[in-house]
Unconditional design. Structure first.
Length: 376
């Protein structure tokens, strides 16, 4: 059995990257011997905008075994980690890449492995340039990725960016898994707990709140929606990585407080289902994106989505079937898409189309892709 080392975050870290690496471990472990080199320091605390980097949920939904070894800011540690990985005698070393902050760390470990080991090096590019990137981010990204011998991307958009920047390199394309790990045995939660009724049309905005996710655009669009139909309700939930007053003040300014429930919290694993179970549709009004775990959680709950046509995000929505597409930063387009959704659901079986979409998910083809690559 061939051996794979994955360098990436896993439990006890929280967030989409950790969740992805744990799912990756699960689909690879039956075909390969897999070892995860996890971080013992992911982000220095002064660079992390949230309350904690660690999963404090009562329920652990994915816990892949890992070695807490990598310090993202210590060059001496990078030498040690490279030596440890070399001694694993792996056939393939996979780096999970999502942010240029990790460029010096990943580039150094990869360079040392290129010089000292025979392991093939593959980078999984969750993003190419970060959502709020700058010219320095592009420079760091090229530094961080240039030692890769092959890439696996999670969207066609990132695949194109990689092939343009690193012509001639092998590029595989997959996608995020369906995150159905949050579903409950009793996935029905009373809408009354949020002050909603069965007659309300409930929109859900979920996850970390940052400027690129466009919550402000959604709030302005929502004012127009309730002016047309006061049965609309918005549930906006997630830990804000900006001053939450930006959004609470906007809600007050727009006069929509009675229609919006805003919760500035990190939702533990065991409570995610409550929010998805009460909504009719999940809103992703992003200004930029490559893919989104929020969308894949929605599909895991068989919930349709309304997303903006940015980056690679629209690749994962069958317009009019699993959800609808809207123009970015356009309040009127969001309003139109929401109204269209509630009209279409009278005749379109969104759930059936989501199930069909799930059956074609490319994430589960990754073991075959890696087997093919290692056979060359």
């Amino acid at each position: 059995m061939k051996k794979i080392v994955i360098v990436g975050p896993a439990y006890p870290y929280r967030g989409g990257n950790s969740l992805f690496v744990s799912h990756l471990y699960d689909i690879l472990k039956d075909s390969f011997e897999v070892v995860i080199y996890n971080y013992k320091l992911l982000y220095p605390s002064f660079l992390f905008p949230g309350t904690t980097q660690f999963d404090t949920s009562d329920k652990v939904i994915k816990k892949a075994p890992s070695k807490r070894a990598v310090n993202s800011i210590n060059p001496f540690n990078w030498i040690s980690v490279a030596s440890q990985i070399k001694n694993e005698n792996a056939d393939l070393v996979i780096f999970d890449w999502w942010h240029p902050f990790f460029a010096p760390c990943h580039a150094s470990i990869a360079a040392l492995l290129r010089w000292t080991s025979k392991s093939k090096l593959l980078f999984i590019a969750e993003n190419f340039i970060s959502h709020e990137g700058s010219p320095i981010d592009y420079t760091l990204t090229k530094l961080g990725l240039h030692r890769a011998e092959a890439f696996l991307t999670l969207s066609e958009k990132v695949a194109r960016d990689i092939m343009t920047t690193f012509p001639g390199k092998t590029v595989f394309q997959a996608e995020l898994p369906i995150y159905d790990c949050y579903t409950s045995e009793s996935p029905v939660f009373s809408r009354s707990a949020f002050g909603f009724t069965d007659e309300h049309k409930v929109l859900l905005f979920f996850g970390y709140i940052r400027n690129y996710k466009g919550l402000d655009v959604l709030l302005r669009a929502f004012k127009k929606l309730v002016a047309q139909d006061p049965s609309y309700r918005l549930l906006a939930v997630g830990e804000s990585y900006e001053d939450p007053a930006i959004y609470t003040s906007l809600i007050t300014e727009l006069g929509i407080g009675q229609y919006v429930k805003f919760e500035n919290i990190f939702v533990p694993n065991e409570e995610v289902w409550k929010y998805y179970s009460v909504c009719d549709v999940v809103m992703l009004p992003y200004r930029s994106a490559t893919q989104s775990g929020i969308l894949n959680i929605a599909y895991g709950f068989l919930k349709p989505v309304i997303v903006t046509k940015v980056g690679g995000l629209a690749e994962f929505v069958d317009d009019g079937l699993t959800g609808l597409l809207a123009e970015p930063e356009s309040e009127n387009s969001l309003v139109s898409s929401v109204n269209k959704f509630f009209s279409l659901r009278e005749t379109v079986d969104f759930t059936a189309h989501i199930r069909l979409r799930l059956s074609k998910n490319l994430f589960y083809k990754i073991p075959g892709m890696l087997t093919e690559y290692l056979s060359k």
